[in-house]
Design a protein around this ligand. Structure first.
Ligand code: R5P
Length: 229
């Protein structure tokens, strides 16, 4: 798993703070990444102490972590309600997010958007006034060149994500490729999200606008909770 952002202690505090919101009987969306991993681990401890929940993983990685932690799981296709989703982000500005640093954003968006309550867990290095992080765009493999051109036409600079430990590109859990698209400051995330969604060949992009209800920001000394009004 890639690790970016601030200290592991800050990530742990954010993840554990969100895990404390989970109540008996809930169906819980389990996010991907190094911060959500702390929530999964903590939930596993609570399950061992008798908490009765079911988890819905957002990726191969979160499924493995949840299994290792002993959390009972349900597949996304078998679930019609998700009470609470806990997930990380690569950048947060005013409850808008960039996600997908681990290439899991397509399933994450399904789970996080379907949840009654979506709680974001980050360390304070992820907070910004304006989003500027490159936006991961998952594309059909045959479409990567065409979408790269369309992204350039929309003012972005795409770059095909390469794998660290393999020759060639990163392949997502869905068998697709990822273009990391640099747009500079994203002054209007809603408009950019719509533009990316409308591009033929795009499976899903990592701009999450309007779905986050709370952000738990881990710091070196505690957790700041931001709630959307
Ligand atoms: O695809 C991965 C996800 O969107 C992650 O939630 C995001 O990249 C944040 O990960 P981390 O908590 O490891 O920085």
């Amino acid at each position: 798993m890639k690790t970016t952002g601030g200290s592991d202690g800050a990530k742990r505090r954010a993840g554990e703070s969100a895990a404390a919101l989970v109540e008996p009987g809930m169906t819980v969306g389990l996010g991907t990444g190094s911060t959500a991993a702390h929530a999964i681990r903590r939930l596993g401890e609570r399950v061992a102490d008798g908490l009765d929940i079911e988890g819905v993983p957002t990726s191969f990685d979160s499924r493995q972590r949840a299994r290792d932690a002993g959390i009972p799981l349900r597949a996304l296709e078998d679930v019609d309600t998700i009470d609470l989703a806990i997930d990380g982000a690569d950048q947060v500005a005013d409850f808008a997010l960039v996600k997908g640093g681990g290439a899991a954003h397509a399933r994450e968006k399904l789970v996080d958007t379907a949840a009654e309550r979506f709680v974001v867990v980050v360390d304070s290095s992820k907070q910004a006034d304006v989003l500027s992080h490159p936006v991961p765009v998952e594309v059909l493999p045959v479409a990567h060149s065409v979408v790269a051109g369309t992204v350039r036409d929309a003012g972005g600079e795409p770059s095909l994500r390469r794998a660290d430990r393999k020759d060639g590109p990163v392949v997502t859990d869905n068998g697709n490729l990822v273009l990391d698209c640099e747009f500079g400051d994203i002054a209007e995330p809603t408009a950019l999200a719509r533009t990316l969604s409308e591009m033929p060949g795009v499976v899903e992009h990592g701009l999450f606008v309007g779905s986050a209800d709370e952000v738990h920001v881990g710091t070196d000394s505690g957790v700041r909770v931001l709630e959307r009004e």
